[in-house]
Design a protein around this ligand. Sequence first.
Ligand code: ADP
Ligand code: ZN
Length: 627
Amino acid sequence: MTNDRPLSKQEVLKTYYGYDSFREGQEELIDCLLSGQDVCGVMPTGAGKSVCYQVPALMLPHVTLVVSPLISLMKDQVRALNQMGVHAAYLNSSLTWNQYKKALALAKEGRYKIIYVAPERLLTEDFLDFARQTPISLVAVDEAHCVSQWGQDFRPSYLKIPEFIEGLPSRPVLGAFTATATKEVRADIIGMLKLSEPHVSVTGFDRKNLYFEVRHDRDKYKGIRDYLRAHPDSSGIIYCATRKNVEEVCDKLLADGFLATRYHAGLSDAERRSNQEAFTYDDVPVMVATNAFGMGIDKSNVRFVLHYNMPKNMESYYQEAGRAGRDGAKADCILFYSGQDVITNQFFIEQNRDNEELTGEALELVRERDRERLKKMTFYCHTTDCLRDYMLRYFGEYGSNYCGNCGNCKSTFETVDITALANDLIGCILTSGMRYGVNVILDTLRGSKSEKVLRFGLDKNRYYSTHAQETVVFLRQVFQYLVLTEYLAVTDDQFPIVKVKEKGLTFYSETGEFRPVLTMKAARKTTQTPAAAGKEPGRNGRKRTTAPGSAPFEELRRLRTQIARAQHVPPYMILSDKSLESMCVLLPQTKDEMLAVHGMGEIRYQKYGGQFLALCRKLAGESEDFL
Ligand code: ADP
Ligand code: ZN
């Protein structure tokens, strides 16, 4: 590197991060900040917000402050910056008083280019003392939606940010960043943080590298186990709705010989910390967790996010699923649906006492909104249209109706006439007195001799065995379709009972005559997830297997782990999975070729480029022999 002239933003991106181009939205936000204009950047999780303020931070003359509410995230980011050769520090409650004093003293000497600071520190005397004496180029507010009382993450200390800015001798440029897209929150961010004529950039919520799918497996655990068996070397998260489910799934996986760990609010701080660390450092590839896990976790090589239970709304789902594939490489987001999840969520909504300030009408309003959101989430699990499209429309964008990379786009559906089946299903529920759960009803239609069917005398029911030829899976699909379209309903009791709704009563005909025709779309064949495939053309147009699991990839990965262990950082901070894949394809033989690898910049090259180069040369030799 030469020090004669300042680096351009492209050069900063290449040198420090090793990336060749900016992603959507990044460049315009960086340009504005560099020219002194405030910005408000709305980008989905994983889109790359940090680059938007870190690149200007590296180019502006003075220090940049990053206000962030999450201690773990701050540590992570500072560690990653240090890895890249940038002097950075954080100031928050995890430091001892002495450490804090020392960091502030170094900050005053101008030793740091970037300082992460917790919002509640801003107006403390020591910090103000530093901030008034030291010129500040940029203040970046991360998770800026925390300033809004509309959101669930409201933090009163965020309201102090404008006061802090106003107290500075000269006003730095201000950048606010969030993944929350609603209009109210955006208006709050601009108003409450007092951004001055900000440039607002909203980046598309589409994450093309993510594959979405909904599965309706009867045995969800088996579905998950089979997925893990098919992806033995991948790291990922399995989300469950309750602590109990986390324990169950994790125990079963351990018993089945998988390396898994767990995370939920019922564990001690120490255990949570050590389990999280085992996962980030790739010591344990599978994390089973409640939604308590994830905020502030920046592991970029999460190859799958499986949902053992359906979340309560699309916002939660998109946020959790979005933790997959942050490095831009292919990743799977698969939701294992069951009707029980709807009931559990309904129960949570009716019991919701999260916010004690809400009573009466306001509480009912919130519940109504939550019910509506749950409905939209449930529709996602049943739609036969493009899943990505459904999601984008939910967040107010337009999709293409066909993404080619979701479970529905990859399945073939056919329209099935379910008139007779629906009629008999409703008839069976009515004639048995609306007293039974779905399993008993479906068993009756199938002509099962199960203990319950016989005990309740349902083998005498006139609809007994009328659909013995159908598969359970298909009967369940039809049943769920009828619930969704409000012909039927399921109570939210401990043992849920199926009831027929008004619409179902009108539809039903005892004689089976004069019925309107009812159809639904059903999947004809199941799909295969693409994340495991991953073949790309190699040098000289040859095909080389670059997928995780292939021998060269595994060797590169082993080297990455060795280097990470020696440096005491998580492997993904050395190089992302995507970088390893790219290296696998290119198998660079020279420094220049190595620098063309995605994510391998000059700084990283100086640290361990040589080691990777040596290994690539060896691998290239082997593969020439092989071909
Ligand atoms: P966010 O904060 O928006 O959730 P991050 O800033 O953590 O996302 O970025 C997500 C990942 O994307 C990181 O691994 C980051 O290094 C990577 N990334 C960011 N910008 C680019 C880019 N221009 N090219 C390639 N990767 C990028
Ligand atoms: Zn699709």
